[in-house]
Write a protein of this length. Structure first.
Length: 94
C-alpha cells in the first residue's frame, strides 16, 4: 500500500503492546504476529494514538529528531506502508 502525506493514520484497535527499554513490541492477536519498533518507531506509535495526518507527523518528528520534514517523510512513509498490512495502524485517505 502506498501512503501519502495527506493520509490520516491511527492505531488499530485491539493490539497489545509492551515497552522494552526505549522500544515497543506490538502484538496483533487476531493475526498471531508481532512487530518490534525502535525508539523512533515508538515515537510514531505514540503520536498515532489519535488520528493524525502524515504530513503533521513529519512536522512533529522533525522537531523531535532534528531532521527536515522531507528526511522524516523518506523514512516514515515506507514504515507506515509496511505497517498498513494490519500490523498496527489503519490508513484513511489517499
Amino acid at each position: 500500500m502506498t501512503i501519502e502525506l495527506s493520509a490520516v493514520v491511527v492505531r488499530t484497535v485491539g493490539l497489545l503492546t509492551a515497552p522494552v527499554d526505549d522500544q515497543i513490541v506490538i502484538l496483533n492477536p487476531s493475526r498471531d504476529n508481532y512487530v518490534g519498533l525502535d525508539a523512533i518507531g515508538r515515537a510514531v506509535w505514540d503520536l498515532i494514538e489519535q488520528p493524525c495526518q502524515v504530513a503533521e507527523l513529519c512536522q512533529k518528528l522533525s522537531r523531535d529528531f532534528d531532521a527536515t520534514p522531507g528526511q522524516i517523510a523518506a523514512d516514515l512513509l515506507p514504515l507506515l506502508a509496511e505497517m498498513a498490512d494490519g500490523r498496527g495502524r489503519r490508513c484513511h485517505g489517499p
